[in-house]
Design a binder for this molecule. Structure first.
Ligand code: F0G
Length: 433
């Protein structure tokens, strides 16, 4: 039997919930729920060794970067099917230019774009769809800015479960929409913002008996938290000073914090890194709320940023994320779209591609170092949440065909024209970025 149970996170409530029901919020006060465990007594040294050994195994459950750490997520009943696409096991890569540009700091990238559907959502989705499948659920649903939906569509297909998704009309990248369609999901384009689509989904969910896999689903957080175990293992269990994540619905920040806290509690680490959340300036409700010291969320009614993945004005998990910043002494920063583009460009110069929302982390670090909130030469890990190819429209908009950019030329198909064009392009100094 699993020792898992659900508990409300509200300090004034903290009530355990009926574990036979997978509710999306507390039955007593409507607060967010989290998964808690009566963990077995671990010997961290032995478990670290076992986790390491599993990397050599050919078993699908051991090859997954989530289920390799299954002792940290013991909610699966014996005999249940694990719905996995070999997620996780993503690289930790050093940077040269980006670290220099942002600080100088020791900047390492944890690249979650190397997941099966190209984003960090796969870590949570394997956990959540495994849970849904073991409960006999035959239809799952989410509202999304595009990555949750493509991930849900893939894992639901894998499990033979129907997938229903709500996305704001013409507000998500076509690559993400294409993924969901390719995996056979039913796509409903509704509303102008993620917040509107999500609100409508939550309203209609009880009527239709929908099982939601948005990050308010606490089992999503369980899968996503394993990123910290993998990252720490890759660093020989030396915690960095900071872990930096972009903030949208704030599930990821919540997951990273929960993972760190549990690893500390269980004796795997002594020092907990400070968790830093970076939001886009046009969609920064968490930043504004914290800056005002408000105990209520200060939503952004018309969120706007080119980083469409994090264009969210009413983040559902903000209370969990605030708790994480309190626990870890972390903070939140806000960066403009121009700063995001600059960071994305510098990362590309290091050969690291990502989607705009991910580059917000590096832009945030630069700003925080300049403000003296992060010390120069600090040791930090930025989580790049999505693959470069998730938003090629963004890249094409910014890397224009015009001659000014010296980067993209259209040439008549004859040798003379080619020579002339190349001579000009190869001798003129490339614009310094
Ligand atoms: N980065 C990317 C690439 C994302 O897709 C998201 C969220 C985030 C960062 C923010 O993570 O919501 O946990 O704070 N995307 C969601 C989606 C909202 O529907 O795909 P968060």
């Amino acid at each position: 039997m699993s020792s898992a149970y659900l508990q409300c996170i509200e300090e004034t409530c903290r009530r355990r919930q009926d574990s036979r029901k997978d509710a999306h919020s507390c039955a007593f006060c409507g607060g967010l729920l989290e998964v808690k465990y009566d963990f077995d007594q671990f010997d961290p040294e032995q478990l670290r060794h076992a986790w390491h050994q599993r990397r050599l195994s050919g078993e699908p459950i051991d090859r997954s970067g989530v289920w390799r750490f299954r002792e940290l997520i013991p909610f699966v009943e014996p005999g249940a099917r694990i719905v996995s696409l070999s997620e996780g096991s993503t690289p930790l890569v050093g940077t040269r230019r980006a670290g220099w540009w942002a600080g100088p700091v020791h900047l390492t990238i944890k690249h979650q774009g190397n997941n099966p559907t190209g984003s960090f959502k796969d870590l949570g989705m394997t956990a959540c769809i495994t849970r849904a499948d073991s409960r006999g659920i035959r239809m799952v649903a989410c509202a999304s800015t595009g990555n949750t939906s493509s991930s849900m569509a893939a894992y639901a297909a894998r499990a033979g479960i129907k997938a229903l998704l709500f996305v704001p009309y013409r507000q998500i990248s076509s690559a993400k929409l294409a993924q969901a369609l390719d995996f056979g999901a039913l796509v409903v384009e509704v509303g102008d913002t993620f917040d509107e689509a999500f609100r409508l989904l939550r309203e209609i969910a009880p009527e239709l008996g929908l099982y939601l896999v948005n990050s308010i689903n606490p089992f999503r957080i369980e899968g996503q938290k394993t990123i910290v175990a993998e990252m720490l293992e890759q660093r020989a269990w030396r915690p960095p000073d900071y872990i930096v994540v972009p903030g949208g619905n704030l599930g990821n920040a919540s997951a990273v914090g929960k993972g760190l806290w549990e690893l500390k509690d269980l004796g795997f680490i002594e020092k907990v890194p400070q968790v830093v959340v970076v939001q886009a300036a046009g969609a920064n409700p968490f930043y504004q709320t914290l800056r005002a010291g408000s105990s209520e969320l200060m939503p952004v009614e018309h969120p706007s940023t080119e980083a469409t993945a994090i264009r969210i004005g009413h983040p559902a998990n903000w209370k969990k994320a605030r708790r994480v910043l309190d626990w870890t002494g972390g903070f939140c920063e806000s960066v403009t779209d121009a700063e995001i583009f600059e960071a994305k460009t510098v990362l590309a110069e290091d050969g690291v591609g990502c989607e705009p929302a991910s580059a917000a982390t590096v832009a945030g670090v630069r700003k925080l170092v300049r403000a003296g909130k992060i010390e120069r030469h600090a040791d930090l890990v930025c989580v790049l949440t999505g693959n470069q190819l998730k938003d090629t429209e963004y890249i094409m908009r910014h890397r224009s065909e015009d001659q000014e950019s010296h980067q993209r030329l259209r040439v008549e198909p004859d040798l003379d024209s080619l020579r002339r064009a190349l001579e000009r392009a190869l001798t003129s100094p490339v614009e310094s970025r």
